[in-house]
Design a protein around this ligand. Structure first.
Ligand code: ARG
Length: 463
């Protein structure tokens, strides 16, 4: 007989229980209790399959099913005492099941191991989060589509190097983010489809000699099929890494947009006004309204990409099959998921509530000689001047306007002619910012017509 202090689940060969430090480094119950619902769903599917294949009796399976439901309700209602000595969620649930139903509980672990169990639970958890991310992204995309539709023809400066480049439309700028978050959404769908294979029944690493039906448990848990190699099934954490990389790329997109909102809401830009609901005040400067949500969203990519890096380093160089290193996967993914969902929700809230300041956008759109390219293009089109020469002439006109402290449309025809004789009155039709954006009708260009077509396409895609 073993020492009473050895682990009741695996202590058969042990004469003594673990050192307190051993218990502290070994236990995952502090965090993996978040997978309780998935653990119980996996156990229910496994028990039903064991009965269907004749490995355990229907009576035992029924007792296990009832008992697991009781355990779940205890956990849901906060009436469950988690034990560090029982290490993880798998053994906590099984031990409590034994207290409730007695002997049949001991048959639940037939033909499986904690290695396939944890891979299954974690996959189910990550899959739920991918579904939540998909919903969060759809809400955000819809909020951006509303902004784009409302301001499809509002002019604003377009930037390269954060220097005024050419006028664009507000709608076009919003739609750029729709494309980014749309790609994130498709990455979420791809990751979900690729991960949806069941590890359950791979057992410890080699499969099992019991006549289990892995198709049955896979189907019961909503997987497309059982994973085809037991060694891989228990040691694969690609699904978690893919979740973290999709989250990282999306968080990077969120941070770029957040940065624009921080700049745009400043007194120097005044492109947007963020709602009070998504701003904070300063405890010392009464005039301040700070874009804290945008700043925090901008920062989230740090911890989310950090989680991606951390898990990649945990997995690097691990020999097949399961190693305890893999227990380090969950906290990274939990933290990244929580923060990704929060950032998506906060960004959606900000976008829904924010007001674009049409007048400030328009005033800035015309500054910085933003229609210089239109002037050069006009010379190419009408005067058949080579683009390089037109570029040079336009540069001279920009220098002239700059010296006089005015904008290009403020120069007189005589001024223009002094630089290039061929320029005619017609030039003034292309110099306004409205004319500029309306002319950019190439597919994917900033013209309001193009923007409206893209909004319609996305609305149809999202349904
Ligand atoms: N708590 C473990 C984990 O999160 C469960 C699997 C443990 N397996 C084992 N053979 N010790 O990875």
């Amino acid at each position: 007989m073993t020492d009473k202090t050895s682990n009741q689940m695996w202590g058969g060969r042990f004469a003594a229980g673990p050192d307190a430090i051993m218990e502290a480094i070994n236990a995952s119950i502090g965090f993996d209790q978040r997978m309780a619902a998935q653990d119980i769903a996996g156990s229910r599917a496994h028990a039903a399959m064991l009965a269907a294949t004749g490995v355990i009796t229907d009576n035992d399976a029924e007792a296990i099913r009832e008992g697991l439901l009781t355990v779940l309700s205890e956990i849901d209602s906060g009436n469950f005492t988690f034990s560090t000595a029982l290490e993880d969620i798998h053994m906590n649930v099984e031990a409590r099941l034994k207290e409730i139903i007695g002997e049949p509980a001991g048959r639940l672990h037939t033909g499986r191991s904690r290695n396939d169990q944890v891979a299954t639970d974690f996959k189910l958890w990550v899959r739920d989060q991918l579904d939540a991310a998909a919903s969060g992204l759809e809400v955000l995309i819809k909020a951006l589509l509303d902004q784009a539709a409302a301001g499809a023809d509002w002019v604003m400066p377009g930037f390269t190097h954060l220097q005024t480049a050419q006028p664009v439309t507000w709608g076009h700028h919003m739609m750029a983010y729709v494309e980014m978050f749309g790609r994130d959404l498709s990455r979420v769908h791809d990751a979900r489809a690729r991960m949806n294979e069941s590890p359950l029944g791979a057992a410890a690493l080699a499969g099992t000699s019991f006549p289990i039906d892995r198709d049955m448990t896979a189907k019961a848990l909503g997987f497309d099929r059982p994973a085809a190699n037991s060694l891989d099934a228990v040691s694969d954490r690609d699904f978690a890494l893919e979740f973290l990389s999709v989250a990282s790329i999306c968080a990077m997109h969120l941070s770029r947009f957040a940065e624009e909102l921080v700049i745009w809401s400043s007194a120097q830009f005044r492109f947007v006004t963020l709602s009070d609901r998504f701003s904070t005040g300063s405890s010392i400067m009464p005039q301040k309204k700070n874009p804290d949500a945008a700043e925090l969203i901008r920062a989230k990519v740090g911890r989310i990409f950090g989680a991606n890096t951390a898990l990649m380093m945990v997995m690097k160089g691990l020999p097949l099959a399961y190693s305890k290193d893999m227990q380090e996967d969950k906290e990274q993914v939990f933290d990244a998921a929580d923060n990704w969902m929060l950032a998506l929700a906060a960004m959606s809230g900000m976008v829904k509530d924010m007001t674009a300041n049409r007048d400030s956008l328009a005033a800035a759109a015309g500054s910085g000689f933003s229609t210089a390219t239109d002037l050069a293009d006009w010379m190419v089109r009408v005067l058949k001047v080579p683009f390089r020469d037109a570029h040079h002439v336009t540069g001279a006109l920009v220098a002239m306007a700059e010296a006089r402290g005015c904008d290009l449309p403020d120069l007189s025809l005589a001024d223009m002619k002094s630089v290039h004789e061929g320029i005619s009155d017609d030039i003034f039709t292309v110099l306004g910012v409205e004319n500029s954006v309306n002319s950019r009708l190439s597919y994917g260009g900033t013209a309001p017509e193009q923007v409206r077509a893209q909004v319609a396409r996305w609305k149809k895609t999202l349904g």
